[in-house]
Ligand binder design. Structure first.
Ligand SMILES: [Zn+2]
Length: 138
């Protein structure tokens, strides 16, 4: 795992949560080790806004070495790995880009205006979903 400078390896100790669609997962990562000041890398104290700076990483960024951790996560939690994972009630997180919004209305506006894609979810509990790309310019 590369850090922001792209020159240092970090070890993923565990995967503790998941969000997103089956083909576009975001994982909450527990890092092994301590920060330079001696504090634990875990738990994070970030705003929880879903950015990668605060322990949420796109599946493609956590590396193939985490497949076993993923398998363990699905087994232990009993969640459906083929389903879309939207998080607890009251969490307004975009399933496509993992950004956290303050309200359902803000999330709706984000998906309509800000996000890279408009998501059409035919069935929120299965892998039966499809994407429709925004056609706006810019
Ligand atoms: Zn989004």
């Amino acid at each position: 795992m590369l850090d922001d400078e792209g020159d240092q390896e970090h070890d993923v100790e565990d995967l503790v949560d998941v969000r997103g669609l089956p083909d576009r997962r975001f994982w909450r990562v527990k890092w092994r080790g301590v920060n330079p000041d001696g504090s634990q890398r875990w738990p994070d104290r970030g705003p929880g806004d879903g950015t990668s700076d605060y322990f949420w990483l796109a599946e493609e960024d956590i590396g193939v070495g985490c497949v076993e951790l993923q398998n363990k996560f699905w087994r232990v939690t009993g969640l459906d790995r083929r389903g879309s994972c939207s998080g607890p009630v009251g969490e307004h997180r975009c399933l496509w880009c993992n950004r956290m919004l303050k309200s359902a209305a803000a999330l709706k506006a984000h998906m309509r205006i800000d996000c890279v894609a408009t998501i059409v979810i035919a069935n929120s509990c299965s892998a039966n979903w499809s994407l429709k790309w925004n056609t706006r310019d810019s």
